[in-house]
Design a protein around this ligand. Structure first.
Ligand SMILES: N[C@@H](CCC(=O)N[C@@H](CS)C(=O)NCC(=O)O)C(=O)O
Length: 209
């Protein structure tokens, strides 16, 4: 399949490039320079009407939403098991943690991001920061309990849910939100040294040159 990622460094695009690298897929990376308004250009809006990254072109078809893209990529190499499909129950637990990453863990960070820089100035509401930070801490507690003593959220095997969860923890750290739970600190260390992540970051940087 011919794959092109449209993205920008230090965004949710990293979920997609990290997944690509874990799977060993060939892909092109097209920089959508958000600092130059390219994500809101008419051409890009045709592909992604929300004007957001990431987007994926897959054999001419466009897929948006980082979770949908990651799941599509996983299905291209099912033998690697990054997106479980054999056992319905295991798949449900995988879906549970993907939904948690997107719907619970990420949302307070996105609230902070939107109200700091992403929304038009007149729409920003800085009073929300304290509540968002509190919500992020609550979500960390739930995540910590779910992870327990496991290496990865599904147990011994790394999955795409770990890409979403770990990426969101890195994001929290970039936003200077404390992560106090020992198992989450160890998880950040364990996931953060994966060679595929380093390769994805290198690809992002190269796209800027
Ligand atoms: N739910 C989408 C969110 C995409 C998203 O909001 N991306 C951010 C960058 S991480 C963006 O493009 N923001 C620009 C904007 O909101 O205008 C996904 O997971 O792909």
């Amino acid at each position: 399949m011919n794959l092109t990622v449209y993205g920008f460094p230090n965004t949710r695009t990293l979920r997609v490039t990290w997944m690509m690298e874990e799977l060993g897929l060939d892909y092109d990376y097209e920089l959508v320079d958000m600092t130059k308004g390219q994500s809101k250009s008419p051409g890009y809006l045709e592909m992604n009407p929300g004007g957001k990254v990431p987007s994926l072109k897959a054999d001419g078809a466009i897929v948006t939403e980082s979770l949908a893209i990651v799941n599509l990529l996983g299905a291209l190499k099912p033998q690697l098991g990054l997106v479980p499909d054999a056992s319905p129950l295991r798949r449900a637990i995988y879906d549970q943690w993907c939904c948690f990453a997107i719907g619970e863990l990420e949302q307070p960070l996105w609230t902070i991001g939107k109200n700091k820089f992403a929304l038009p100035k007149e729409q920003r509401c800085p009073e929300i920061f304290e509540t968002a930070a509190w919500e992020f801490q609550n979500a960390l507690e739930v995540f910590s309990m779910g992870l327990g003593v496991q290496d990865y959220i599904l147990g011994d095997q790394f999955s795409a849910a770990d890409i979403l969860l770990a990426h969101t923890l890195f994001w929290g750290m970039a936003f200077k939100q404390p992560i106090e739970q020992e198992n989450l600190k160890a998880y950040v260390g364990r996931t953060g040294v994966r060679p595929a992540l380093a390769a994805a970051r290198a690809k992002e940087q190269a796209s800027r040159n």
